[in-house]
Design a protein around this ligand. Structure first.
Ligand SMILES: [Zn+2]
Length: 256
């Protein structure tokens, strides 16, 4: 599969869309020779550039880092004394020189596999892509069970930032919802937090609306197939929590 993905990259069939500042455009910036699917406006922070530290999460690439922070791959490598991307081991903290405010970069892959989107919560107060990866490894999964994680600002993350997991990058079946065979056909999105005990923060809800709208347009997923884990027939769980604001979420999906 890895080799197959490498081939897709070479042939430009992986579509990586950077959602541009809403002030500069309402359609995505297209990467040269990387044809895009549909667009979604994704409001971004505007601010000065700084040197920042960044921990490499599972599945993160030099290309993704370069797009997220608008810094050349070569500048990232040289600042950290690295000869190539092999030095970017997950868990390692690096410096991103002169980084722009974090930009959301959502990779999508042409596929007929994805028919549903399932929303989860982590049922934990503090987590990030690295800790969830390790937790799921300990549970016997082959890495993070979800496809996307929406951070809540704990464990060094930026609230509302979207991480794509190695499972999504490899387009593997999920490990997030066995009920109704959803692992084979549903994109799993996990919001870090416990929404049986607290409300979903605006930063995460807004990111979820933009991510779901982007994915459902790209994969042509009908609104009725956007479900919470607990709404899947056969699932016995409260996930994504009894305080999850379904009505507001659905209203904002239609009017982002
Ligand atoms: Zn769940």
């Amino acid at each position: 599969m890895t080799r197959q993905i490498g081939t897709w990259v070479r042939w430009g069939l992986i579509t990586v869309v950077t959602i541009c500042l809403s002030s500069c455009a309402t359609r995505p910036v297209m990467m040269p020779s990387r044809p895009s699917g549909h667009a979604a406006a994704w409001p971004q922070a505007i601010g000065p550039r700084h040197d920042i530290t960044h921990m490499i999460i599972p599945g993160e690439t030099l290309y993704r880092l370069s797009k997220m922070y608008d810094v050349s791959a070569q500048d990232i490598l040289s600042r950290n004394g690295l000869k190539g991307p092999a030095g970017l081991k997950m868990g390692r903290t690096i410096t991103i020189p002169h980084a722009a405010p974090l930009k959301e970069v959502i990779p999508v892959f042409p596929s007929r596999k994805w028919k549903y989107i399932i929303v989860h919560h982590s049922a934990s107060d503090k987590d990030n892509a690295m800790s969830l990866f390790n937790t799921h490894l300990r549970r016997g999964f082959d890495g993070t069970g979800y496809d996307f994680i929406i951070d809540n600002g704990t464990k060094g993350t930026s609230a509302g930032h979207v991480d794509a997991t190695p499972r999504w990058i490899a387009q593997k079946d999920g490990a997030h919802c066995k009920a109704s065979d959803m692992n084979t056909k549903a994109i799993g999105i996990c919001l870090v937090g416990n929404f049986s005990q607290e409300r979903v923060p605006e930063s995460q809800l807004s990111a979820l609306v933009h991510l779901v709208n982007y994915l459902r347009q790209y994969y042509n997923i009908p609104e009725k197939n956007i479900l919470g884990h607990s709404q899947v027939p056969g699932a016995r769980t409260e996930c994504p929590g009894k305080l999850f604001p379904w009505k507001e979420f659905e209203r904002r999906l239609r009017n982002p």
